[in-house]
Ligand binder design. Structure first.
Ligand code: C6P
Length: 417
């Protein structure tokens, strides 16, 4: 057993009502955190509190409820700014999720700045949300999409990255941490390479911001996208960070209420940042609850969150090594690896593994993980994935390993494994 970490996991678990659930007669072992995290009482209660006490629209009313809602909504933006060390609240745009944040950049900055013959550089490890918008943009603009490959040991090939980022590159779009391999990418090195040729860098932080200290200024990134639901917050709310001077020059994407300054029957002018990119009544309750999720994580300390997850992942890697018929994807060592373990079985389909584990109360994800090109590059069509968060324990890793052994015995008795 590894030594204890700075997180008091027992206390943390007491904040998450769902973790007391039984599933199929067993205590829930929730290992699907890369898909979405569970929510603590504090976040759930903040949603109830908003609807019970001060539900009203923001930026539009002079009455008390509207003022309270506006203050809480903007306060949450300030918390997010502090959490990722953004230079100003103007650089924090509320969106629906990571996917919308990435699309926002593709449809605004990139639409205005990428032309025929230009190059867009992304990586072999991207989620569909960070591939498809660039494919579509490349088609619209007759631009070229280039892919930085994965190395044999599950890292990003930084030598190839240096060759692929050229004077023609307009944008580098990279994940910070792969949702399949767990690989943590050296974003700072890519940012330096992008800036050296006058390109911008967009970072998909969906899997990094919830799990490690992230400082957008230290990383020197121009854009960072992430979702609240993977970091203890509600679904339906996400963030796009943008470097203020870049956002200032960016055309709006969606038009409507709150994003305008003046409107006549003929024309319109745009509101200040960040409202220019937040058309219509925003997701007020969920933005406020995201602020509460940030408070929760900050109280734990992101260094401690990362340390806890490194310990549990290291333990899981050791235990997985016992399973001869399981093939791990991505790095097999803890260096540059977050709390995501994807794997395939020699003969049992990942969906069968997932279904069998569910019978034991264990929730993992199975399938292509919205990263089909990456999964196929590993000569498989589907993988199983266990992913950990602040409330997971080494004992739960043991439950998973025992579950996999039991599943293997079942399938081998049936003559399948
Ligand atoms: N990955 C997973 O199970 P949304 O759905 O917009 O909140 O996040 C999209 C997204 C973008 N990038 C990365 C690296 C991601 O992991 C995800 C979401 C989930 O892996 C759901 S497909």
């Amino acid at each position: 057993m590894s030594p204890a970490t700075h997180l008091d996991v027992e206390n943390i678990r007491a904040d998450f009502p769902i973790l007391t659930r039984q599933v199929n007669g067993r205590p829930l072992t929730y290992l699907d955190n890369a898909a979405t995290s569970q929510k603590p009482n504090q976040v759930i209660q903040s949603l109830v509190d908003y609807y019970e006490r001060y539900n009203s629209n923001v930026h539009r009313g002079v009455h008390t409820l509207s003022i309270e809602a506006t203050e809480a909504y903007e306060d949450a933006r300030g918390k997010v700014k502090r959490f990722i060390n953004a230079p100003s609240t103007e650089s924090i745009i509320w969106t629906r999720n990571t996917s919308e944040s990435l699309n926002l950049v593709a449809y605004t900055w990139a639409e205005a700045n990428v032309s025929a013959g230009d190059e867009i550089v992304t990586t072999a490890m991207e989620h569909h949300s960070d591939i498809v918008p660039w494919q579509q943009l490349a088609m619209r603009k007759s631009a070229t999409l280039k892919i930085i490959p994965e190395t044999e040991n599950g890292r990003l090939d930084m030598e190839q990255a240096a060759d692929l980022i050229t004077e023609r590159t307009k944008i580098v779009a990279t994940t910070h941490m792969s949702n399949v391999l767990g690989t943590v990418v050296d974003v700072k090195a890519l940012a330096d390479a992008a800036h050296a040729v006058g390109a911008v860098i967009l970072v998909d932080g969906a899997q990094s911001v919830p799990h490690m200290p992230v400082d957008v200024q230290a990383l020197n990134c121009d854009f960072m996208a992430f979702s609240a639901h993977k970091m203890l917050g509600p679904t339906g709310i996400g963030v796009l960070y943008g470097r203020p001077e870049i956002l200032e020059a960016m055309p709006p994407w969606m038009f409507g209420g709150d994003m305008i300054l003046e409107v006549s029957y003929e024309d319109a002018s745009w509101n200040d940042l960040p409202y220019r990119f937040e058309a219509g009544t925003p997701n007020i309750a969920d933005a406020i609850a995201t602020g509460v999720a940030v408070d929760y994580l900050e109280a734990l300390g992101m260094e401690n969150v990362w340390e806890h997850e490194q310990k549990i992942t290291e333990y899981a890697l050791r235990r997985f090594a016992e399973l001869e018929t399981i093939n791990l994807l991505g790095p097999h060592e803890i260096e540059d690896k977050g709390a995501v373990l994807s794997f395939s079985h020699d003969s049992v389909h990942s969906h069968d593994l997932g279904t069998a584990l569910d019978q034991l109360g264990i929730a993992i994800r199975t399938g292509h993980h919205c990263a089909m090109p990456l999964i196929r590059s590993h000569d498989i069509v589907s993988a199983a994935r266990a992913s950990f968060y602040i409330y997971n324990t080494e004992a739960e890793v043991d439950v998973l390993i025992d579950g996999l052994k039991e599943t293997e015995r079942y399938f081998s008795k049936a003559g399948i494994a």
